[in-house]
Each structure stands twice: as structure tokens, then as C-alpha cells.
Design a protein around this ligand. Structure first.
Ligand code: F0G
Length: 432
């Protein structure tokens, strides 16, 4: 067997052809571990696949198949294809944040507009390996949009549990449109996460939240692709938002594997950024990462409105492997950073802007040094949460004063009225 499920704590192993999310012996999280074909794996193997039309290697996940799921059969692989997302050099934002070099890796430019697609290709592929007919998740929105799309694409029934309020409109619309069975449950994300596991257990449905280790195998390729785009030159920092902590956990595993395989010569440091109102990892970091105390979560960045992250233990491992740090940012900082990313023409949803807000804060605190090279991960597309954007620019967000507003003008249908607006606008631009 080339791949096996292995408990991250006690090392107990299980075959991959069974449904299992945690260890039977000790209850800890499982990793998918592969018997890597070291003789075959090299920069050249992955570089040679760049630009190919050949399925599945045209995917930014399956380009690294030997590191993701070596034995997966072509007929099982469900790919759109995802990945191949841009790495934007961002000198203006680097200057604003106070670092020499900043890149933004835009995972919002995946098929359904978030990084979840990289995980979902892994999860739906495993669903096909197992032969399941129904897949489900609880979600703050993006996982459900991605699951709904990938399940439909694979011809499998998708079921999504939404929290009772504050789901960004774009995400809700996607899940409905892609034909998933959508259930709005009268509970927050954390309770929904428990419920989906209970219901799935009882009804034999396969759970595709990030507790599913096959999701993380897909998501770790964000690191592979970033490194490949940097010609395998290691940046000093990787900075990403943290909610359920699946992504940061996957980054830790992916980076660790690249290092162990000799594909990179050192590890970048990982900085996980949480919203102040949903900061259980940050609080744990302040006291030496000695355990998780769940919080009641509130933040405008609804994607990461999570108080009890299921991947806590794996995120701690990722922080230890990479000498990582955790920072928190306010909703005000998140929305202002988002406005700056948007204005570059790049755009992202609120949670993604934690990355830029976090870089600026870590530079101010002297953790990230001005001469260092930083890669910030943007996790979701600007169209995911149009309401947050419009309210920010209209000045109608409670407790937030927009530092970078772009007010919407109203005009009579007359040349003079429109000219007046444009002249005033030109003066404002000149003054900037
Ligand atoms: N950014 C966005 C846009 C997200 O949708 C999420 C998570 C995160 C960051 C945090 O990633 O959970 O791996 O730490 N969204 C999940 C969802 C929880 O249900 O869509 P994480």
C-alpha cells in the first residue's frame, strides 16, 4: 500500500479504504502518509508538467500527484482543474506593510473562488475511491460552495449545513446553484461541525470538512505551487488566516515534506492570523500552546468566525515545525487591509485580508523584519462577500470607520452633473 492513515499522536495505522477521521485508539487526528518514491520525486518532475494539457497533471494539485495521492487511479480523480493560481508581486502593499518583498498568492482564483477547491479535489477523489454516494460538510460558506460544485461535478449528492446567520451571499448562492441539499441549521459553525459528524456517522455520509485528512493533502499543494513559482527559493514567511486551522495545518505538513525530501533547503516561518473576535489559537499561543480553550466567535470576517477549530493539534504541530507565530487583527484592520488589496485590482474577501493586516502588524511588532520576503495567502475571491464591501465603502458598517472609502456617486442624467463629479474626483486624485 503506497498510502496509509496514521494517527498524529500514537502512530496507529489504518488502511485508506475505510471511512475514518480520528484514531480509534486515542481519538487524535489522522494524517494521510505516503511511501514516497524518492528516486522519482524531483523539481524536474514537477517543472516538466508546467503548461501541460494532460489530465490530471494540468491541475495545480495533481501536478504533485506523487506527493498527494500516488496510487490514485485516473478514473477516481475529480478535478476541474484547480490550482495554478497567481502569485502577485505587490510592491505597493509591501511598502505599506513595511517589508521589502511581498507576494500575494491568490487562492480565491480557483474554480469556485476559494482555496477549498484544492482540498475538495482530494476529498471527492477519496469519496470515489471509497465508493460513497453522499458527502457533507458544515461550513461558514466556502467549503459548502466548493463541496456543492465538486460533488455535482462527480455525480455524488452534496449536503451542506450552514450556520444560522452571517453567511456571505456569494457563498450561499453558489451552494444553492450547484444543487447541493442545503440545510440552514439554527446554530453557529462550531455546533454545526459537531452535528454534521453525528448525522454523517448515523446515516453513512462521508464528511468533507478539513477534519478529513484527504482535504489537507490537496491544500498542502498551495505551498508546493508557491515554492515552484518562486523557483524553489524559500521565502522567510508564509502568512495566512486561521479559522478551523485546516489550511495552516496542511501548510505545515506540505512544507515539512518538501524539506524532508530535499526539495527545499530550509523552512519558511508560518504566521497564522486570526480575527480578534475569533482567536482561540492566538490565546493559546500567548500561553505556550498548551491547549485549546474554545471561544464564542464574532467577526466581520465570517469565513473564520470559528471558536473551536477542529485542527488545533495539527496547527500547533505546524507552528512547532516552522518556528511559527500567531497574531490577531481587529475587524477594522481587516476591512482596511481588504480595501487596499481590492484597490490594487487584486481583490479578496474579508478573511483573506487577515494576511496583509497580519504582515503589517508583525512588522510593527518587530517579528517580521523589513528586509524579509513574505508570501501572504489570499483565501477567497472579492465576489464572495459583496455586502461587506459595499457597506465598508458606504460607511454603514457598525463600529468601523473606513480608512480607504470609495464612495458611490449618484448623478442626475445630465452632462453637467456628471462633469462636476468627475472634476471633483480629479482634484481628489491629484491631492493623493
Ligand atoms: N479564509 C477563507 C476565505 C475561508 O473560507 C476559511 C475557512 C479560512 C480562511 C480559514 O481556513 O479553516 O483552514 O483555517 N472557511 C471554512 C468554511 C471554515 O467552512 O468555508 P481554515
Amino acid at each position: 500500500m503506497q498510502s496509509i492513515l496514521q494517527c498524529m499522536d500514537c502512530g496507529q495505522q489504518y488502511p485508506v479504504d475505510q471511512i475514518r477521521y480520528v484514531c480509534d485508539s486515542c481519538g487524535s487526528l489522522l494524517d494521510v502518509c505516503h511511501d514516497f518514491d524518492k528516486a522519482r520525486i524531483s523539481h524536474a518532475l514537477f517543472d516538466a508538467r508546467l503548461g501541460t494539457f494532460q489530465t490530471p497533471y494540468h491541475s495545480g494539485v495533481w501536478r504533485y500527484k506523487e506527493l498527494v495521492y500516488p496510487a490514485a487511479a485516473d478514473e477516481h480523480i475529480v478535478t476541474r482543474p484547480e490550482g495554478n493560481t497567481p502569485l502577485y508581486p505587490s510592491p505597493a502593499l509591501a511598502q505599506w506593510a513595511g517589508v521589502k518583498t511581498l507576494y500575494l498568492k491568490h487562492e480565491g482564483e480557483n474554480p469556485t473562488g476559494s482555496f477549498k477547491d484544492r482540498g475538495m479535489t482530494g476529498g471527492l477523489t477519496q469519496a470515489r475511491v471509497l465508493g460513497v454516494r453522499r458527502v457533507a460538510c458544515a461550513s461558514t460558506g466556502n467549503t459548502s460552495a466548493s463541496l456543492a460544485a465538486y460533488a455535482a461535478f462527480a455525480g455524488i449528492e452534496g449536503i451542506v449545513f450552514f450556520q444560522n446567520k452571517q453567511i456571505a451571499l456569494g457563498k450561499l448562492a453558489q451552494a444553492v446553484a450547484y444543487g447541493a441539499t442545503c440545510i440552514q441549521v439554527n446554530a453557529d459553525f462550531d455546533r454545526n461541525m459537531e452535528l454534521v459528524r453525528e448525522v454523517a456517522d448515523k446515516l453513512g455520509i462521508y464528511v468533507l470538512n478539513s477534519i478529513n485528512p484527504f482535504r489537507l493533502e490537496g491544500q498542502k499543494t498551495i505551498m508546493f505551487e508557491t515554492l515552484q513559482q518562486l523557483r524553489w527559493q524559500v521565502p522567510d514567511w508564509i502568512v495566512c488566516p486561521g479559522g478551523n486551522l485546516g489550511n495552516s495545518s496542511a501548510f505545515g505538513k506540505g512544507l515539512h515534506e518538501l524539506y524532508e525530501l530535499g526539495l527545499i533547503d530550509r523552512l519558511p516561518r508560518l504566521a497564522i492570523i486570526q480575527a480578534e473576535g475569533a482567536n482561540p489559537l492566538y490565546q493559546s499561543f500567548q500561553t505556550g500552546l498548551n491547549g485549546l480553550r474554545p471561544v464564542h466567535a464574532e467577526t466581520i470576517a465570517t469565513a473564520i468566525k470559528i471558536g473551536s477549530p477542529v485542527n488545533y493539534a495539527k496547527a500547533v504541530r505546524a507552528l512547532r515545525w516552522t518556528d511559527g507565530v500567531v497574531e490577531q487583527v481587529s475587524d477594522q484592520e481587516i476591512m482596511d487591509a481588504k480595501a487596499l488589496i481590492d484597490r490594487q485590482g487584486i481583490g479578496c474577501e474579508p478573511a483573506s485580508a487577515c494576511s496583509l493586516a497580519g504582515v503589517a502588524k508583525l512588522v510593527r511588532r518587530g517579528v517580521i523584519k523589513p528586509a524579509e520576503t513574505v508570501v501572504g495567502i489570499l483565501t477567497g475571491h472579492v465576489l464572495k462577500d459583496p455586502e461587506a464591501t459595499i457597506h465598508y465603502h458606504s460607511g454603514t458598517l457598525p463600529d468601523i470607520t473606513a480608512a480607504y472609502p470609495n464612495r458611490l456617486h449618484q448623478a442626475e442624467a445630465a452632462l453637467e452633473a456628471i462633469s462636476r463629479i468627475l472634476e471633483t474626483q480629479a482634484e481628489v486624485s491629484d491631492r493623493r
